[in-house]
Design a protein around this ligand. Structure first.
Ligand code: WTA
Length: 644
């Protein structure tokens, strides 16, 4: 596929689309010319308790201050629930599909509202107040959505930790934000296996004295220990609580949630999103990017532990009164036809997944897809990493039978929601390109010195001005926020991604330009994996880089230098992989470990990752200049003993 391959907008999609091309052009022009007026109008999609009169007040220089709708008040949960009750109280809000194909249930808006009110009352009764942080460590069950909305309802800040993270990772994320309560479950279920969430939580809480209350959902009925005075069952406290609750009136700039994400250095960062702008952005992007029409069934396969789950399983769809499907399982259990069986079972119209899932399913051929009808599908989406044209074409041709446009959505935890994506009725697609920015988004490319590049070119992807869904800070560390995102290129938000722009102005994301790697669509800081490795007593030093991986997009390649008396055995290699799994979680397990008697360093001691990336990618004939290394011989050894 070359850039010249264009998949035009389908006339039948454009005819019924919320945003056909003329409207996209008109909105884009208006949002650029008069952002205040544009967003003053657009923010009416949300129910405000007090409508904002101040719209945009943002500054990317100096101390960096980002405020939207700052004198407005609202409640995020009321926007997802209460305001729908009159019109669609009995419509299904959440279709839950269990890991076991015989397990599913439907929850209406009215039922969801009641559950959320009960949990909100239960949290308040435990003393959780507005502004307190509540950590959520749950599997993909309805109670996860209930937990988020109950926090939002009382004005508590939720911090969701992905259920695949280890006790240590959970503990770090609790300590960083001093959360006062934890909502977890006895166990999770994934691919026929159990995940010991409560056991992990107990381990983590040993070093988290701020957590006074633990609410435990009985998800599997597994046998778990309950600590008297601290742990209570979700089922008990919600049954005892009142089903009526008045949502807290929150300022637009009051925090809604923290979500930890990996950066190029140091420990994970607590990305902070506030209430008003985030809700406007979640609703705006969900409606327009997926061309969501009332009554449609929408399914995003992400986990609620990641930002995609926050914005496109919970807040966006529910704010728009959609029917959102929540899936507990994985794409290949019981077999690789599962996604498409679920599509047929629940008559899914819009399906949103990650390229890594598509690539994994592609390996099994077209048979498992053909066993199903998929006639209900109208729109397909992709998120989390660049989608290679081969996977794009398979998704388009085999899954969507050349009928469904694919929205390749580029965004980040930090951006709150989608920034660059085709709109199904407006923008012709090119396989592998996220295409054009949404109205009100101003992506630019700059060179290494921050000079703005024009026309068809390649560079560092920055955003020139604020949009309502932008993160506001890093929790408790505004200086790091300014340093990480606004200091590389003055006056610009730097995404950490590189991108190419073609002659049509389309963006092609080329991947991270920093030390963050993207494994199966999950962000991982190489520094985090290195820190975990060097904690092992036999490891003296470690350097971790990403390398191209057929299914995962990127795999984790670790160069490990052992302490003097340690033997580089196969058993030790396995032990180190297991060690990282235990320290961080299974998603961080290295795919390759190469024993490295030495690492390539500059004379000032800085590891030259560029060279390590080349060796890992098996591009050893283009290592570039190695003359500045303290000991160039190290490189020869690494090339000769390349692993994998
Ligand atoms: C990458 C996930 C190419 C990118 C929503 C970004 C993508 C990082 C795409 C954010 C896409 C996400 N095409 N790359 N459509 N979507 N990325 O914070 O490198 O988990 O910086 O947010 O994923 O990952 P995060």
């Amino acid at each position: 596929m070359s850039d010249a391959d264009v998949v035009p907008v389908k006339p039948e999609i454009a005819a019924a689309a919320l945003i056909p091309r003329a409207r996209y052009d008109e909105m884009t022009a208006r949002a650029a010319a008069a952002p205040d007026e544009f967003w003053a109008e657009e923010c009416k999609r949300i129910d405000w308790m007090k409508a904002p009169t101040k719209i945009k007040n943002t500054n990317f220089t100096g101390d960096v201050s980002i405020k939207w709708f700052e004198d407005g008040t609202l409640n995020a949960a009321a926007n997802c629930l209460d305001r729908h009750l009159a019109e669609r109280g009995d419509q299904v809000a959440i279709i839950w599909e269990g890991d076991d194909p015989n397990d599913s249930k439907k929850v209406t808006y009215r039922e969801l509202h009641e559950q959320v009110c009960r949990l909100a009352n239960a949290l308040s009764a435990q003393g959780v107040k507005k502004g307190d942080v509540v950590t959520v460590y749950l599997p993909m069950i309805v109670e996860a959505a209930v937990a988020l909305l109950a926090c939002a309802r009382i004005g508590a800040i939720h911090s969701v930790v992905f259920g695949g993270f280890s006790p240590d990772s959970l503990a770090n994320r609790i300590q960083d934000c001093n959360s006062v309560a934890l909502i977890t479950a006895d166990e999770g279920r994934r691919g026929g296996r159990k995940v010991a969430l409560k056991l992990n939580a107990d381990e983590a809480l040993k070093s988290c004295p701020t957590v006074k209350n633990v609410i435990v959902v009985k998800a599997t009925g597994g046998d778990v220990a309950m600590q008297a005075g601290r742990d209570v069952w979700y089922e008990d406290v919600t049954a005892a609580a009142s089903p009526a609750h008045t949502p807290a009136e929150m300022n637009a700039e009051d925090p809604l949630f923290i979500l930890y994400t990996s950066g190029s250095t140091g420990k994970p960062k607590g990305v902070l999103h506030t209430t008003g702008g985030y809700m406007v952005w979640a609703s705006f992007t969900h409606q327009y990017v997926f061309d969501y029409h009332p009554g449609e069934v929408y399914w995003c396969t992400a986990d609620v532990g990641w930002v995609t789950g926050h914005t496109y399983i919970v807040y966006g769809p529910l704010a728009n009164g959609a029917t959102t499907l929540m899936f507990e399982g994985i794409p290949n259990y019981p077999d690789t036809s599962r996604f498409w069986q679920v599509v047929d079972k629940h008559q899914v119209n819009i399906f949103y997944t990650a390229p890594t899932a598509i690539r994994a399913l592609m390996r099994d051929g077209e048979g498992p897809v053909h066993k199903t009808s998929r006639k209900s599908l109208r729109i397909l989406g992709s998120v989390g990493e660049p989608i290679n044209p081969e996977a794009w074409n398979w998704y388009y041709r085999v899954v969507g039978e050349n009928r469904c446009p694919i929205v390749d959505t580029w965004w980040q935890t930090e951006t709150g929601g989608i920034l660059i994506s085709p709109l199904p009725g407006a923008i012709a697609q090119k396989p592998g390109s996220a295409t054009l920015p949404l109205p009100g988004v101003f992506p630019i490319l700059v060179d290494g010195e921050g000079q703005r590049l024009h026309g068809a070119t390649e560079g560092n992807l920055c955003i020139a001005d604020s949009w309502p869904g932008q993160m506001r800070s890093l929790y408790g560390d505004h200086a790091r926020f300014v340093q990480t995102y606004f200091s590389t290129f003055k006056g610009l938000y730097f995404t950490g991604d590189g991108a190419r722009r073609d002659a049509d102005g389309y963006f092609w994301i080329t991947g991270r330009v920093d030390d963050v790697i993207n494994v199966s669509g999950h962000r991982m800081g190489t520094a985090e994996v290195e820190s975990a490795l060097v904690l092992h007593p036999k490891v003296a030093e470690a350097a971790v880089v990403g390398f191209p991986h057929e299914i995962k997009g990127q795999g984790i390649y670790a160069y490990v230098t052992l302490v003097a008396d340690a033997e580089p055995t196969e058993a030790l290699r396995k032990e180190l992989v297991a060690w990282v799994r235990k320290e961080i979680g299974p998603i961080a397990a290295p795919d390759v470990i190469q024993w490295a008697p030495g690492l390539p360093k500059t004379r000032s001691g800085k590891i030259m990752r560029r060279i390590l990336r080349k060796i890992a990618a098996n591009e050893t004939d283009s290592l570039g200049d190695t003359s500045t290394l303290a000991d160039p011989g190290v490189v020869t050894d690494l090339v000769d003993n390349r692993a994998g």
